[in-house]
Design a binder for this molecule. Structure first.
Ligand SMILES: [Fe+2]
Length: 524
């Protein structure tokens, strides 16, 4: 989110919220059958069709999703004729693709921008595989992926990285250069995969169009981001689990309420465009096929007995930000008992999953900061970020009370959005330092998005007034590497030396450890 460019934001934004949610006359987008177009058996391309790379994701014990999109002219609508094109795929046990264990053909259709999403099954749990695509006479590079351990098996260790917020215009993806070289079983992306804005001069790179609105706009923007070699390398090295935040559609939208300068009907169409382009560019299962302005993204992944990931969507179903949004003292709306981040259905699904989980570490992968943070440390003063859970106090209380009462094993929240690194104890009462700690929150910085330097000193000054906050850093970009064993969780805040140049060195800024059975992190 761009909330933290808030000098600008507070002055100019939050003029929205004038739209009332009414009955929407939305019909699901018409997705024609793949057979309405001629299938071209031996296509030829105006350029290399795998220009956007390859990806895998959604790891289960018996399979993964393989993704690619044919785009010989990636920044100009893809450059494919309006025909169906067969794309062959194969999965092998070795990096040279000699020992092929699964193969097949998917049909890339114009309706989905010639993307393919292959749900490969019949694989062995907990092992590496390699994969490759072929279309016409062109072959893709070879990617590597990994299945999840079987549900009931004992798993000694699990390693994953989490990332978020990759504003193309603000810098290079040097963090992905480092991430691709890590030893990981999985990457989790917590949102702001793209940004919707028009070009802003002055940065190292520029966007390829004015603010994006149409399906063609969103496709070209995703394609621009996907041309980055470091991002492609990180996709090719690991399976990913993705969820979105706001900028995949528009800054700080809530449900079907846009930010500003558009009618609600216009925004419904825009959200449908954005959601469809998101599906087209991510390794998602059929569960997440878009239906007009709706797309199911919350879901759960289990990795043996060591970790279960509850992946949330806190944009599509949330109630409007209270008090006209922004950074400010809370008005009574922030305590509205009906306010929700997830919607009731997703909340119940989360509670059910946490109740039933057999995993040692129960991960809640989501978007905005869950812990309370009062940005104004002066006595009697308060400033809260109302787009975060601080604007949805009752919803947060329900979740934290649930954790206290049901005591699922080791709840750990991983968070993006705020373009800075944080570690928090999650308290049943943030205003009482002696209240129980019922979970741990790790907030990752950004791959490239900006945290304004002017805001670092006041945030640091407020730390003393927020004793449940163990760590804050606003200066550095990077990702978080997590190493889980049955006994401990360790999070390493990995940072890059620069995003202003295409290459950078990488180092660990700080490490935090959570012991099994005791919520709250300590610096390692
Ligand atoms: Fe962001």
């Amino acid at each position: 989110m761009e909330r933290f460019q808030f000098a600008r934001d507070l002055a100019t934004k939050h003029k929205r919220r004038r739209f009332l949610i009414g009955t929407l006359g939305v019909s699901a987008s018409v997705i024609a059958s793949q057979w309405t177009h001629k299938v071209v058996a031996q296509p030829s391309f105006s350029g290399y069709p795998f220009s956007l790379g390859i990806a895998s994701g959604e790891p289960l014990p018996d399979g993964v999703v393989l993704w690619t999109r044919l785009a010989p002219e990636p920044l100009n609508g893809g450059g494919m004729p309006s025909v169906n094109v067969p794309v062959q795929w194969q999965v092998a046990l070795d990096e040279n693709m000699r020992n092929v264990v699964r193969r097949g053909t998917a049909i890339a259709t114009p309706e989905f921008a010639h993307s393919v999403h292959v749900e490969v099954g019949g694989l062995q749990p907990d092992r590496w595989y390699w994969y490759q695509f072929k279309a016409g006479n062109e072959v893709s590079s070879i990617g590597r992926t990994r299945t999840a351990p079987a549900r009931d098996t004992r798993v000694a260790q699990f390693r994953f990285g989490f990332v978020n917020c990759q504003d193309w215009q603000n810098g290079y993806y040097t963090a992905y250069q480092g991430l691709a070289k890590e030893e990981l079983d999985l990457v989790v992306h917590l949102g702001d995969y793209i940004y919707e804005y028009g070009p802003q001069p002055g940065g190292p790179r520029q966007h390829n169009s004015p603010e994006i609105v149409t399906l063609a706009d969103y496709r070209n923007r995703h394609a621009l981001y996907k041309t980055d070699a470091n991002l492609q390398a990180s996709h090719a090295a690991f399976p990913w689990i993705v969820t979105w935040d706001d900028h995949e559609v528009e800054n700080n939208y809530a449900s079907l309420i846009p930010e500003e300068n558009q009618s609600q009907q216009e925004f419904v169409t825009r959200r449908a465009n954005a959601y469809q382009a998101y599906y087209e560019h991510m390794p998602l299962r059929r569960l997440s096929l878009p239906h007009g302005p709706y797309l199911q993204l919350y879901r759960r992944f289990t990795f043996g007995d060591i970790a279960e990931f509850n992946v949330l969507d806190t944009r599509q179903y949330r109630s409007n930000q209270p008090c006209d949004d922004g950074l400010k003292p809370r008005c009574s709306e922030a305590f509205d008992p009906n306010a929700t981040m997830t919607g009731t259905k997703q909340e119940q699904w989360l509670f059910r999953g946490l109740s039933k989980s057999q995993a040692r570490w129960n991960v809640i992968a989501q978007q905005t900061m869950m812990a309370q943070y009062n940005f104004d440390a002066r006595p009697g003063q308060e400033v809260f970020n109302l787009d975060q859970w601080d604007g949805y106090v009752a919803a947060r209380d329900r979740l934290l009370k649930f954790l206290q009462q049901q005591q699922p094993s080791n709840p750990v929240v991983i968070t993006g959005d705020i373009h800075s690194s944080w570690v928090h104890d999650l308290k049943t009462d943030f205003n009482n330092p002696n209240s129980p700690t019922v979970g741990t929150e790790f907030v990752g910085t950004s791959i490239s998005s900006d945290f304004p330097e002017t805001f670092i000193p006041p945030t640091v000054a407020a730390l003393s007034a927020n004793p449940h906050t163990k760590f804050f850093d606003g200066k550095n970009r990077g990702y978080v590497r997590c190493h889980l064993t049955q006994n401990t969780w360790q999070s390493d805040y990995r940072i890059v030396s620069t995003i202003r140049e295409p290459n950078a060195s990488i180092s660990t800024l700080a490490s935090f450890v959570v012991p099994n059975g005791r919520s709250g992190a300590e610096q390692a």
